[in-house]
Design a protein around this ligand. Structure first.
Ligand SMILES: Cc1cc2nc3c(=O)[nH]c(=O)nc-3n(C[C@H](O)[C@H](O)[C@H](O)COP(=O)(O)OP(=O)(O)OC[C@H]3O[C@@H](n4cnc5c(N)ncnc54)[C@H](O)[C@@H]3O)c2cc1C
Length: 406
């Protein structure tokens, strides 16, 4: 008489959101042997945004996934540049060689679409479902899988990953009492344009209550970003290029040239919100939160995306090979690794942001004098601000190839 067979163990991971965090988590979990589905509400994967800077900490996390060198190959040598005042005087010179020597890697600035392409290409075809808005119906517990509803029906998962960004609806399901993101007091603009005719040095320029950065991309274009104190929800009465001209049009070269080349329709503007109130945990039941859903921060350290990449690799490290996954133990370990680090970074990014946005003349003079003094002590002193951030190392040796994971 045939014996009843036990149901085969399921190793399903469902990721909500195909931003940088969700895609990195999908690659990392796939390499661990999970059967991964990514649900993205947008109709395609083309990301909003222009450039993104990946620091040595994220590059090392990408090494775990075998992708670090593809990103390193896109580094446009940042060479000598630094921080300036709006009239062009140098506040501090930075040296990419010194940074690479201190942290073991360069800062790589690349187009977001390129990063998304690199991550998506490391996933089996059909892993990512677009035009698939998803809702976390139940976070799961040690005995029952998590449940995720989509327009096509409900999915069950032994591991759910909420990577649905700063406005995360999954976060509200997990922590309904949390106040959510708060407005940081500033707004940002981003644009990508052809390189200006006259040469320029990469720079970040700090004025009173506003800043502008210009950085080269490997493909010859340049990525520029700007930030200014502004009330929440404000928009230019005409267009955002006109607003940038009013705020930055008389700043040093290459800012006016970049603005002259910019297409008003392609200037992105976003208000900056952040999660200044830390969450009690980065998981509940069988669901882990990561990226901006867990710890959205001001862009002043350029670490939001970098931290999402770190989260993803650390989560997959704790989630182990799926047959050994214990949600209580492994997701608690994930929270213990990630919550203190990201909470500290949200706070540090807010302090740095506040410094760049001071408006009172004496405070601006004091800030600039401080930066000048520190920079005279050598590039090492400026770079010290990134100690503990850029020197982070992932917890595991490179993952085994999925074909060899049993
Ligand atoms: C001006 C500016 C400059 C920045 N520069 C840098 C930088 O240089 N370096 C850096 O590391 N970081 C930078 N950041 C921060 C970085 O952009 C974010 O931290 C990062 O994109 C967060 O990635 P994520 O995957 O967590 O979230 P997101 O990129 O927001 O992705 C979330 C995804 O989830 C999807 N989604 C949402 N809800 C649902 C749903 N219900 N169902 C299905 N899908 C859903 C969304 O469509 C989206 O695709 C910058 C931010 C700003 C504003």
């Amino acid at each position: 008489m045939p014996q009843p067979t036990a149901a085969a163990p399921q190793h399903r991971a469902v990721v909500l959101g195909a931003g940088i965090g969700g895609l990195t988590a999908a690659v990392a979990l796939h390499r661990r042997g999970w059967t991964v589905t990514v649900l993205e509400r947008a109709a395609d994967l083309a990301p909003v945004g222009a450039g993104i800077g990946l620091a040595p900490n994220a590059l090392r996390a990408l090494d775990v996934l075998g992708l670090g060198d593809r990103v390193r190959a896109l580094a446009a040598w940042q060479g000598d540049g630094g921080m300036r005042t709006p009239d062009g005087r140098w506040l501090a010179r930075t040296d990419a060689r010194a940074a690479a020597a201190r942290f073991g890697d360069p800062l790589v600035l690349l187009h977001r679409a390129t990063l998304v392409e690199i991550l998506a290409s490391a996933l089996p075809a059909g892993t990512v479902r677009t035009a698939a808005p998803a809702a976390l119906a139940h976070p799961g517990d040690p005995r029952t899988p998590a449940r995720i509803t989509t327009p096509d029906g409900t999915l069950e998962a032994e591991l759910a990953v909420a990577a649905d960004g700063i406005r995360s609806a999954a976060r509200t399901v997990l922590f309904p009492g949390h106040p959510g993101p708060r407005y940081s007091g500033c707004t940002t603009w981003r644009l990508v344009v052809p390189a200006p005719a006259r040469p320029f040095a990469p720079h970040e320029t700090w004025g009173a209550g506003r800043l502008w950065g210009t950085q080269p991309l490997k493909d010859g274009r340049i990525y520029a970003y700007a930030m200014a104190a502004a009330p929440a929800g404000a928009h230019a009465p005409d267009d955002e290029r006109a607003e940038l001209l009013r705020l930055f049009g008389d700043w040093h070269h290459p800012v006016p040239e970049i603005l002259a080349a910019a297409d008003p329709a392609r200037v992105l503007r976003h208000d900056v919100h952040h999660l200044v109130d830390p969450l009690p945990a980065h998981h509940r039941g069988r669901t882990a939160l990561l990226g901006d859903a867990a710890h959205a921060m001001m862009p002043s350290l350029g670490q939001g995306g970098n931290q999402a990449v770190e989260d993803a690799v650390v989560l997959a490290h704790h989630a182990r090979v799926p047959a050994a996954f214990d949600p209580d133990r492994d997701l608690a370990a994930y929270t213990a690794d990630r919550l203190p680090r990201t909470t500290a970074l949200v706070r540090k990014a807010a302090r740095t942001g506040a410094l760049t946005l001071v408006t009172a003349r004496p405070a601006v003079a004091l800030r600039d004098a401080l930066v000048r003094t520190v920079s005279r002590l050598g590039p090492g002193f400026v770079l010290r601000g990134f100690d503990g951030i850029a020197d982070w190392r992932p917890p595991a040796a490179p993952d085994p190839d999925p074909a060899r994971v049993s």
